[in-house]
Design a protein around this ligand. Structure first.
Ligand SMILES: Nc1ncnc2c1ncn2[C@@H]1O[C@H](COP(=O)(O)OP(=O)(O)OP(=O)(O)O)[C@@H](O)[C@H]1O
Ligand SMILES: [Mg+2]
Length: 314
């Protein structure tokens, strides 16, 4: 069975609920709340586990919320390597406004990561007992983490000969790409921010992905385009996939699910274009779920055949 490890330096518990209408001042009576473990790497580990592989999630935990997070992660069959920190793990809050059919997402910064805690994170990665087939780091950095955090993790992972996948943004993404990764999954906004380009059409997007590969920043670039689908570029090939024609219930976690399904497929030995098919099916399957809920594996299986992967001519 393939084994994937993930790293989440700024995890969260996602609390989600709904209310008839969001309005100022008055008390907003909400429906029942649900709590999901959250943070990029934790979500990737959950998706990988649902698709049937072994997953280990390395993440920080602080206080009562941290302990609750660990129990929620364990309940999904993901193996936890939880690193204690002094600050309290954050809780993010998503409210669905029924009248407007829209979601409000409130995201907290997360606790400060202190120097010794950061060292403990590096040690935890080095101490992985069983090295995975693929290592995935995902999500924002907490306050206090060095900007080159993912670059340093990438170096440790590469030193073990393990493939490294990354989903990050801003300076953390930039530093890691300077070090070089195997797979990177920016969305269009992150790619625009990284390159400083408008990237309005397929040709410019393809050129931007190729430029990353050409300078050794990544071996594979999966550029996810939300309701426009996605693009996958390797040194020799490029493919595009339109989004599936589905009713989008909630796009929360679509990117994590895309990456989770794609790394599951890569770790299972599928070639890049097939892994890309899994990525699109995985992202789409999560879009069918309300609030912060992630994909159902049977939806991924069902949708795989509907994903049309088209080679982009050189
Ligand atoms: N509205 C939508 N309709 C159909 N498919 C969608 C929609 N939104 C996302 N997807 C699917 O999910 C994939 C990943 O979504 P997206 O590009 O929005 O990731 P992201 O911006 O990283 O998301 P996140 O908010 O989780 O970080 C897309 O490539 C697409 O296949
Ligand atoms: Mg994303």
């Amino acid at each position: 069975m393939p084994h994937i490890a993930t790293l989440t330096l700024n995890p969260a518990i996602d609390v989600s609920t709904s209310t008839p209408r969001v309005e100022p001042e008055r008390k907003l009576r909400c429906g029942p709340g649900r709590r999901d473990p959250g943070g990029g790497g934790i979500n990737v580990a959950r998706v990988v586990r649902r698709l049937g592989a072994d997953s280990t999630a390395i993440y920080t935990i602080g206080g009562f919320v941290g302990r609750l997070l660990e129990s929620l992660v364990n309940a999904e069959g993901v193996t936890s390597m939880a690193i204690p920190v002094r600050g309290e793990t954050r809780e993010d809050f998503t409210v669905y406004d029924e009248a407007a059919d829209t979601q409000f997402r409130f995201v907290l910064p997360g606790p400060e990561l202190e120097a010794d805690e950061w060292t403990a994170c590096l040690d935890a990665v080095r101490a992985l007992g069983r090295w995975p087939d693929l290592f995935c780091a995902s999500g924002s950095l907490p306050p206090g983490a060095p900007e080159d955090a993912y670059a340093r993790i990438a170096a440790i992972v590469a030193g073990r000969g393990v493939r490294f996948a990354l989903d990050a943004s801003g300076p953390a993404l930039k530093h890691a790409l300077d070090a070089g990764v195997d797979l990177v999954k920016p969305n269009l906004r992150e790619m625009r921010e990284l390159t400083g380009l408008g990237l309005e059409d397929q040709a410019s997007r393809l050129a931007a992905c190729r430029q990353l590969i050409g300078r050794g920043a990544a071996r594979m670039v999966a550029l996810s385009l939300g309701s426009e689908g996605a693009m996958l570029v390797t040194a020799d090939d490029a493919w595009q996939a339109a989004a599936l024609d589905i009713h989008a219930v909630s796009t929360v976690g679509a990117g994590d699910s895309f990456l989770g399904a794609m790394v599951w497929a890569l770790a299972s030995g599928l070639p890049p274009s097939e892994a890309f098919r899994y990525g699109v099916a995985g992202g789409s399957a999560t879009v069918l779920e309300s609030g912060t809920a992630l994909l159902a594996p049977e939806d991924v299986s069902r949708m795989l055949a509907d994903v049309v992967i088209a080679a982009i001519p050189a």
